[in-house]
Write a protein that binds this ligand. Structure first.
Ligand code: ADP
Ligand code: MG
Length: 911
């Protein structure tokens, strides 16, 4: 609320009829419903905007016109309760609508009369109420002025009925909010205008968002320059049709009810505030109405076209105030004294401001409450304001009714300075300028291209003209030359003729003289000679000239060729250099690799030898160094050297490179490589990597392809090491490993080779899943074939393989996975087993003893065991074996086999 000092005063209505001015018609100054640019209700200052206003973004230089707050009074009909309770009493008011007067009864014979801008009886329709109270304000909002419609009155007198009824069941009952939006939407177009809505509740000095209830305690922001207030924290919803607006109102109602329940109050204690923002662009108006000054003061066409469009921004504020009845300060409604004060604060502050404005007081306490801050523009500001005071008929509420009437009367004295809210729309100007700029840039681009094309054209033309002129010039030159040559020839000819004439004359003279003395003959001969020389000279010169020309041509041709050749040579030389470089590097790398390989294989051999020396009595090489370190913890230290180097090599060179050397052309390299791989394979940690990198396949390939027994021996050793894990065992079998191992065994002469192969097969024999395949593919036969060499190490591996196989087979039979006679027996292993069951070398003996026990555990084998003499061996084991566990096992096996027991009994062998 602005202070009264800037209002233009003028006649003001007073509370009593006798002091009312004669012509305060409700509708003045009333703007028309449709925009009337030239006959706007509010005169604008001049036809153009003052530069200061323009630079501040304000288009409207409107100083405002006085516009008093309009006040209508509306009487609610008696309700059912009043009809009964007040049946014997007259209403406390008597309305004279045609005179716009209201009489408030003091008692039966006395009353006071008040005049309002409009007096609406209990029969006034909602439509009429809208038309007289709100419509002028709405129209003015559509014109660009701010507007306020507010209802004030005691609870239950019809404020919400007047403002907020949705009229869903009965359209005639639609209230001001609904009707106002209908008019606004009808008058605006979504292309050029925008309408948005906020809906709020003010309770106990806190503003809540009725559209998004979580939005609580919204701040009021005041523009320090213009004094305009805004609520940036409030939700603002764009409205495009009535339906969405109705939904918003409904939503607001629901939230208001919920909020009040939460706050434990009634809606009559809170103020509901609907704010409708209307933004309209004035198309085609700005050029005529508002000059946009250019720098030199002239309105050039260009400047005109960049004039920002004008927008009118206005807002309609509809306020459904809290009930005006006094709240008992004792807090009888369940409120504390503080709450009661706070609830009343905004309403009483409004009353105070209106009093101050009505009395033209220099100080208006606008800042005392949120409501008065929000309505600063509505009372004493620049808005067009319409107030409807609602009263009830009951004489019992005469006091409240009287105070409502007085409020209305005071409000009627408040003078506003209604101002147009026009602004230049710099944003849309900016957009327009952007588009313009784009266009200009495109045009510029096009022109530049045209220009370049033109230049190109002129240049080509000039070139062709120059060429033409040059040609002409050359022709002329040639002609000139020919002419001169001709002239020259002619003159020479003439000189010759002259000379000839002279000569002839001289000859005559000479002849005549000769008669006196003879010497002239020699001079004429001289001349002929000279002439001849001259002729020769000429010919020579010509041919020399030709030769020179040819040579020149050739020289330039060769020069060109040379230049081309030179660049080619440079290129080739570079390539050669880089090739040489590359080769050099590779050679170095190979040398390093070779030296590393040699060193490593040397170290590997060394280690093997040292290991062999370490193991008592063993004169073997290779295999032991291939057994993983973990199995020889006592050798760990001595083996650390080469292992570390191998690990280093592994890191430096990369497994892939080492494996690729297995296929090297160079035999030595192959040998060293396989040794390195074998050493790597001895490390359990490397085994998976080797297999993943294809090392196993390469090793098997070596077995297949290599003629060299050393390579095959080392490869077999590596395979033996890899064959220690189940996955690898299956891989070896899948890749035909057993056949290759068998072939190697058949061809080998070196016991070490046989030991490696036997070791590998022995490992495979320990895999439960491979039993049948091993037997079918000749694995057991290959094992048995290797015993031919008689070397105890080979025999030990064979025995280990047989024991492994027997154990797995026994397990499978027990589990019911195997039926029938042992594959060992079928493959003819039993005689060798029996023969070596009591071998001197304990590793051989132990394995065979175990194998026998496993075989004897299954009745199917009993017959063969008896016939091959294995029973005797078992009896011997059960009696003499130095290892108690094996002795016990043999014993248990014998007593558990019915067939063997029967046989023993038959032979009368005590057991
Ligand atoms: P307020 O908002 O002032 O507390 P309401 O608008 O809620 O009052 O009105 C109270 C009751 O009176 C409601 O039931 C309403 O329907 C009824 N009422 C109010 N004004 C009128 C009217 N002009 N005609 C008929 N009923 C009315
Ligand atoms: Mg209400």
């Amino acid at each position: 609320m602005a202070s009264g000092s800037y209002r233009n005063g003028g006649p003001k209505p007073t509370s009593k009829l006798d002091r009312l001015p004669p012509s305060t018609a409700y509708s003045t100054p009333k703007p028309s419903a449709k925009p009337r640019p030239s006959a706007a209700p509010v005169p604008r200052r001049g036809g153009s905007v003052a530069p200061a206003a323009a630079s501040a973004g304000k288009a409207g230089g409107d100083a405002g016109v006085p516009g008093r707050v309009r006040v209508a009074v509306r009487l609610r009909p008696r309700n059912a309760e009043e009809t009964i309770a007040d049946a014997d009493f007259a209403d406390c008011v008597e309305l004279q609508p045609e005179l716009k007067r209201l009489k408030l009864r003091k008692n039966n014979w006395e009353s006071e009369t008040y005049e309002f801008d409009e007096v609406l009886t209990e029969f006034a329709s909602q439509k009429r109420v809208y038309e007289v109270v709100a419509k002028p304000v709405v129209e003015s909002v559509l014109e660009g002025y701010n507007g306020t419609v507010m209802a004030y009155g005691q609870t239950g007198t019809g404020k919400t009925y007047t403002l907020g009824r949705l009229g869903e069941e009965d359209t005639a009952a639609r209230g001001i909010m609904v009707r106002a939006m209908e008019d606004i939407l009808a008058d605006t177009s979504p292309e050029t205008d925008s309408v948005s809505v906020s809906y709020l509740q003010l309770y106990m000095e806190s503003i809540q968002d009725l559209l998004v209830p979580a939005n609580d305690n919204i701040a009021i922001i005041e523009d320090p320059k213009t004094g305009d207030v805004s609520l940036p924290g409030a939700t603002s919803v764009d409205i495009r049709d009535q339906k969405s607006f109705m939904e918003l109102l409904r939503l607001g109602e629901v939230h208001r009810f919920a909020a009040n329940t939460k706050l434990n109050t009634e809606s009559s204690r809170s103020h509901a505030i609907l704010i409708v923002h209307v933004k309209r662009s004035l198309k085609g108006r700005h050029d005529a109405d508002h000059g946009f000054p250019s720098e030199n003061g002239t309105n050039s066409t260009l400047v005109k076209s960049f004039r920002p469009p004008i927008v009118r921004k206005s807002k309609l504020v509809v306020v459904d105030l809290a009930g005006s009845e006094r709240i008992d300060k004792s807090g009888s409604e369940g409120h504390t004294l503080e709450e009661a004060k706070s609830i009343n604060l905004s309403l009483s502050a409004l009353g105070k401001c209106i009093n101050a404005l009505a009395e033209n007081s220099p100080h208006v306490p606008v800042r005392d409450s949120k409501l008065t801050r929000l309505l600063r523009d509505s009372f004493g500001g620049s808005a067009r304001t319409s107030l409807v005071v609602t009263i009830g008929p009951s004489p019992r509420h005469r006091g409240e009714t009287a105070s409502t009437i007085m409020f209305g009367q005071r409000a009627m004295k408040v003078e506003n300075m209604v101002k147009l809210k026009e602004e230049f729309d710099y944003k849309s100007l900016c957009r327009r300028l952007d588009i313009e700029l784009d266009k200009l840039m495109a045009e510029n681009e096009r022109q530049r291209k045209d220009f370049e094309d033109e230049i190109e054209r002129i240049r080509t033309e000039a070139d062709s003209r120059v060429a033409e002129v040059e040609k002409g010039y050359n022709n002329t030159l040639e002609n000139e030359r020919l002419k001169y040559q001709q002239d020259n020839m002619d003159s020479i000819k003439k000189v010759e003729e002259k000379w000839m004439a002279n000569v002839n004359r001289a000859r005559v003279e000479h002849q005549s003289a000769c008669l006196e003395k003879a010497p002239t003959t020699s001079s004429s001969a001289d001349i002929v000679e000279v002439r001849q020389l001259l002729e020769n000279e000429k010919i020579l010169r010509q041919s020399t000239e030709e030769v020179v020309m040819n040579l020149k041509c050739e020289i330039s041709h060769w020069k060109r060729l040379e230049a081309a050749g030179n660049s080619e040579i440079v290129k080739l030389r570079k390539m050669l250099d880089s090739e040489a470089n590359q080769k050099h590097k590779l050679e170095e790398e190979i040398a390093i690799l070779r030296s590393q390989l040699l060193q490593l294989s040397f170290q590997a051999d060394e280690t093997s030898r040292s290991l062999d020396r370490g193991e008592s009595g063993k004169a073997l090489t290779g295999f032991d160094s291939l057994v993983p370190q973990a199995r020889h913890p006592q050798l760990r230290d001595s083996a650390n050297g080469p292992k570390a180097s191998i690990a280093k090599l592994f890191e430096q060179v990369g497994l892939q490179k080492i494996l690729s050397l297995l296929e090297s052309e160079d035999h030595d390299v192959r040998v060293h490589a396989v040794k390195v791989v074998a050493n790597l394979a001895a490390e359990e940690a490397n085994q998976d990597k080797i297999v993943e990198a294809g090392g196993l396949t390469s090793l098997l390939m070596l077995l297949r392809n290599s003629e060299d027994e050393t390579i095959r021996r080392v490869a077999a050793g590596a395979i033996a090491n890899l064959a220690m894990n189940e996955t690898n065992q299956e891989l070896i079998m899948a890749q035909g490993g057993i056949v290759l191992l068998s072939m190697t065994a058949a061809d080998a002469e070196d016991p070490q080779t046989l030991r490696m192969v036997a070791g590998a097969i022995a490992n495979l024999c320990g895999n439960d899943k491979l039993q049948m395949k091993l037997s079918v593919e000749g694995g057991i036969k290959a094992l048995l074939g290797m015993v031919r060499c008689g070397h105890p190490d080979v025999l030990a591996q064979v025995a280990r393989g047989i024991a492994n196989f027997a154990k797995c087979e026994s397990r499978a039979s027990t589990q019911g996975n195997k039926v029938g006679v042992s594959l060992l027996i079928e493959d003819g292993a039993l005689p060798w087993i029996v023969k070596n069951a009591n071998h001197d070398a304990s590793p051989i003996r132990r394995h065979i003893e175990l194998a026998l026990c496993h075989l004897a555990q299954h009745e199917v084998n009993a017959k063969d065991m008896i016939s091959e003499g294995a029973l005797w061996e078992l009896v011997r084991i059960s009696r003499d074996c130095s290892r108690e566990d094996i002795r016990m096992l043999a014993h248990r096996t014998l007593i558990s086999s019915a067939t063997l027991r029967t046989e023993l009994r038959r032979l009368h062998i005590e057991f």
